[in-house]
Ligand binder design. Sequence first.
Ligand SMILES: [Ca+2]
Length: 180
Amino acid sequence: MRKIVGIASASLIALGSVLVGAASASAAPRPQRPAPAAVQIQSIQYDAPGRDTRTNQSLNGEFVTLVNHGRRAVNLNGWELSDRANHVYRFGNVWIGGDGGTLRLHTGNGRNTNRAVFWRSGNHIWNNDGDTATLSGPRGRTLDSCSYRERNGRDGRDGGRDGRDNRGPRDRDGVGRVAC
Ligand SMILES: [Ca+2]
């Protein structure tokens, strides 16, 4: 009986070695960099037309456009887009078409379609003077990010956030947009 137990222990030890070996192999650094993600941030219209009044029209004048350079459509369910202040939008069951298909994420309210979805934020998200958009895919992996900074301060010259210190004369017709 003792002998059988001994054999069993030896087997367990051997099995343990195999498992440890497998874990080490998977934890080893990958030699090549991962390929660029198919879905990327294409552009950000961070400053809506006119003054930032927090009306729904003004809020929806802010939007981020995603593009899918892959061949296949991608379902974004559970993906997230966040700004530098860690406001987070989580995508629902929405698809972005392949071969250059795009999807806009507007800041305000609206009815989601297959071309546009809505953050439903009550305030502006994208700072007029500079910000960073980060796109995270499944399991929170960062896929892309896009930063911008307004060169002459524009309506963010006082360092204020949207809807507060936007007093400059360029506010009335200015639209701020960056290609990522
Ligand atoms: Ca803005």
